[in-house]
Ligand binder design. Structure first.
Ligand code: AMP
Ligand code: ZN
Length: 459
């Protein structure tokens, strides 16, 4: 069984083979914890979870590492402006450390609500200062750094293929950036270490061979991924916005220091959009998972919505779309729980499903197969066992759902029995009349392979 994945480095779908047989090292850029995650950020983590589950489904043992950026991510990706954490601190009156702890916990809660599998390792940038400093020292020894008044910078002109991941046109970028350069030698150069301001103290700052300050945003991922997965591992992920700057810079640092481009496969989740624009923390339409929950939406309905679009296409958010996903999920759960338990799996269906997910995580097609299976009625106990297997990848926690319990009045039960008898005698008009009578009592009847079920009308 072959697994094919899209590699942003080569810009094509290619066969995945792990560096070490049977094991996969997977590093995913995590949240900057100065604010809540929005559902756009969460779409990227859902994509990464689907990737991880697909790898496990293919019998790989996955070592999944996610970082928490709790220092060094500046308001502007061009290495100026305030640190997002210190800005968050000023805004809220809490310390930068308190903010990091608070939003990390909020993020973990979202993570669990979406049934995302816990990574083997969460690593916080502030806990890896020695590794980051040593990394920068090595770059310095190899002549890749220079000093300005505000920090130590990486000299991208030393690498002829800098920015290849993004197919950057460096000449055009440089020509357009003359004014904004400041002390930087090239527009693509980036900070490895920033000095604390001379006239004030930062909350998060450390001593270093270059002076008191804090690490740049990109160095944390090169240093922490190396610490946990080595300097050449299988897959590195993030959102599509990371291609041009953050991941290009991670690659530049690691290539300069260790001679590898860090990961064999680079994979990127595409944006969740609102009004044709990227959902962003600074933008107006910022939706948290909790906002959906407050509207009565099950968080797994959002997960289901994400399954309906390929991870390499942008997804336009709409409440109608979300509602349709919630209905789809509800129907799937009901079907699943209606069926008797069984152990036997239908491998023909499972192979079809695997072919789709192994084709660069084609979850929309895999979901279509799920529905074909549901509608096929090929022996309901087998369907259930097969669907349970598929849910290892979908992550909809079908087993964990508990059907709402409600009391069905005796009068409604009696009408349902009469209707069933009418159907058996092929008295369709009478059966329809009884359906309406049942509806007048606030219940609806759903016919299925094993008879019919009653449930309260939705409104
Ligand atoms: P941040 O917390 O800003 O560092 O972002 C966390 C992750 O979310 C990164 O992998 C981003 O690339 C990703 N991301 C940011 N905005 C969106 C969006 N609108 N849709 C999908 N992913 C996003
Ligand atoms: Zn990163």
């Amino acid at each position: 069984m072959e697994l094919h994945l899209y590699d942003s480095w080569e810009r094509r779908v290619r066969r995945f083979e792990s560096i070490t047989a049977g094991r996969v090292g997977l590093y995913c850029c995590g949240p900057t914890v100065y604010d809540y995650a929005h559902i756009g950020n969460l779409r990227t983590y859902i994509f990464e979870d689907l990737l991880r589950r697909t790898l496990s489904f293919n019998h790989y043992q996955v070592q999944h590492v996610v970082n928490i950026t709790d220092v060094g991510h500046l308001v502007s990706d061009a290495d100026d402006g305030e640190d997002k954490m210190e800005k968050g601190s000023r805004r809220s009156g809490k310390s930068a450390w308190e903010i990091a702890a608070f939003y990390s916990a909020a993020f973990m809660a979202d993570f669990r609500a979406l049934n995302l599998l816990e990574p083997a390792t969460w690593c916080r940038a502030t806990e890896y200062l020695p590794e980051q400093i040593t990394f920068i020292q090595k770059l310095e020894e190899k002549g890749y750094t220079y000093r300005t008044q505000d920090g130590i910078y990486f000299d991208t002109s030393r690498q002829s293929d800098y920015g290849w991941l993004a197919r950057l046109d460096r000449t055009a970028l440089q020509a357009g950036a003359r004014v904004a350069l400041g002390e930087k030698r090239s527009i693509t150069d980036f900070a490895l270490w920033k000095f604390s301001p001379a006239d004030s103290r930062r909350q998060m700052e450390w001593n270093s061979p270059w002076g008191r300050g804090f690490p740049g945003w990109h160095i944390e991922c090169s240093a922490m991924s190396a610490a946990h997965l080595g300097t050449w591992f299988d897959i590195h992920c993030g959102g599509e916005d990371h291609i041009a700057v953050h991941h290009s810079n991670e690659i530049a640092q690691t290539e300069a220091c260790h001679g590898t481009r860090l990961a064999n496969f680079w994979m990127h989740g595409y944006f969740l959009q609102t009004g044709s624009e990227k959902m962003s923390k600074s933008g107006g339409d910022f939706l948290r998972l909790q906002t959906l929950i407050d509207q009565g939406i099950d968080p797994l309905a959002y997960r289901y919505l994400c399954l309906m679009a390929h991870y390499r296409s942008q997804l336009e958010f709409s409440w109608d779309g979300l509602q349709a996903a919630a209905t789809g999920l509800q129907r799937l759960r009901e079907a699943y729980h209606r069926w008797p338990d069984g152990e036997q799996i239908d491998h023909t269906w499972l192979t079809r499903f695997r072919d789709e997910i192994n084709n660069d995580l084609n979850l929309p097609r895999a979901l279509a197969i799920v529905w074909e299976l549901v509608r096929s009625e090929t022996g309901t106990a087998i369907c259930k066992a097969t669907l349970r297997e598929m849910d290892q990848v979908l992550g909809l926690d079908l087993d964990g759902w508990i059907p709402a319990s409600y009391e069905i009045p005796e009068v409604v039960e009696a009408l349902a029995r009469q209707r069933q008898a009418a159907r058996e005698m092929r008295q369709w008009q009478e059966a329809d009349r009884l359906r309406l009578e049942i509806k007048a009592h606030g219940f609806m009847v759903e016919d299925n392979a094993s008879g019919s079920t009653l449930k309260p009308c939705e409104n």
